[in-house]
Design a protein around this ligand. Structure first.
Ligand SMILES: CC(C)(COP(=O)(O)OP(=O)(O)OC[C@H]1O[C@@H](n2cnc3c(N)ncnc32)[C@H](O)[C@@H]1OP(=O)(O)O)[C@@H](O)C(=O)NCCC(=O)NCCS
Length: 330
């Protein structure tokens, strides 16, 4: 273990010190990204997020202290879901460390935190780390994690493509039949190499119902690209969840797909440019989105369109056989 470090469970008594560490981290990140919300550069803004995290069912946290001061913390909670499996999750506010001590402490903390979950049969671990902290990312990579999901943002000043053979317009609830051929494209796209993300076959039957609800939701905004009377691209926007990484008043690109034959011709750019112009006029400044980093089309399109990652979800899947193969027989 790193010298002079004391590792102990995170309790309510640690909330103030942890909130200070998180606020320091956010203040440092905000120097690089002034778009990030100011509220979380103050401990008072961070504390409710940490209290809520600690209060989640099954939540477990670990703190490292040195000479009586908090050096780092990690908090997460268990979830059991069809797709994600029996897993423990730590969101972007779930960890912070004292920058003067460096991120290596997170390895000691994870050793304790993960033991808690592995002993309870949680072998899939998800944590989030800021994109602007390469030393912290490297610490997680050294501990067996890999990048899974990028969370990113950009401003709303995007040029539409010139001279297109298609037009873009807002989707209405009456467009459900018109857009239906596009609905499974994310699932079928992500299933391919090199992303290998699964959608269970039964889910495809739900898409029409889900989109009927989405299109009827006054908070959702969908745009469609039309060529020769056919829908060739779709983009959907929703209000984002509150997060330390989401700029105030940002809107969330939650859905985007282009017909396979129409890709690489500026359809996504045109849809985003139209939606961005409308959002700008309504007073918004930023758009956030997220994608699987292993998906070549998604990663190249969103980075090509100027989205800059703010944080990554990292993933480690521990071999379940450690439950019985942790030592010599007997
Ligand atoms: C991701 C997706 C929506 C992009 O749509 P698209 O209409 O092909 O995108 P565009 O033609 O507008 O290209 C946008 C940018 O992506 C980049 N890009 C697109 N295809 C690319 C490729 N094959 N290689 C490299 N860059 C590429 C370009 O930089 C382009 O920027 P530019 O406008 O400055 O030239 C489309 O690939 C798709 O539907 N994929 C399957 C579903 C999916 O994964 N959706 C995203 C879920 S997060």
């Amino acid at each position: 273990m790193t010298q002079d470090l004391e590792i102990s469970p995170f309790t309510g008594d640690h909330l103030d010190a942890a909130a200070r560490l998180l606020a320091q981290r956010q203040a440092g990140l905000r120097v690089l990204r002034p778009e990030l919300p100011a509220a979380f550069t103050e401990a008072a803004g961070c504390r409710p997020l940490l209290a809520a995290l600690l209060n989640r069912e099954g939540s477990h946290g670990v703190v490292a202290t040195r000479a009586g001061g908090m050096a780092a913390y990690l908090i997460g909670f268990p979830r059991q879901e069809l797709i994600w499996g029996r897993a423990c999750w730590s969101p972007i506010e779930g960890q912070a460390y004292d920058a003067s001590l460096g991120p290596d402490i997170m390895r000691d903390i994870y050793a304790s935190w993960s033991r808690h979950f592995v002993d309870r049969g949680f072998f899939r671990h998800y944590v989030h780390a800021p994109a602007d902290d390469p030393r912290l990312l490297d610490t997680w990579f050294t501990t067996g994690f890999g990048k899974m999901q990028a969370h990113a943002m950009r401003d709303l000043d995007l040029e539409p493509p010139a001279d297109t053979s298609f037009s873009v317009r807002r989707v209405t609830p009456d467009d459900l039949d018109f857009i239906e051929p596009l609905l499974p494209l994310i699932s079928t796209g992500l299933a391919k190499s090199a992303a290998y993300v699964i959608t269970l076959p039964e889910r495809y039957a739900d898409f029409r119902r889900d989109y009927a609800e989405e299109l009827a939701n006054p908070l959702s905004h969908y745009w469609v690209a039309v060529e020769d009377g056919r829908a060739i691209g779709l983009a959907g926007f929703d209000p984002p969840d509150l997060s330390v990484m989401v700029p105030d008043g940002a809107f969330y690109l939650s859905d985007a797909k282009t017909d396979r034959e129409a890709r690489g011709r500026g359809v996504a750019r045109a849809l985003l440019a139209a939606a961005f112009a409308e959002a700008r006029a309504a007073g918004a400044h930023d758009c956030i989105t997220d994608w699987r980093t292993a998906s070549l089309p998604a990663h190249r399109a969103w980075t090509g369109l100027g989205f800059k990652p703010t944080d990554f979800r990292l993933h480690r899947h521990i071999d379940e056989r450690i439950a019985w193969a942790g030592g010599p027989p007997g």
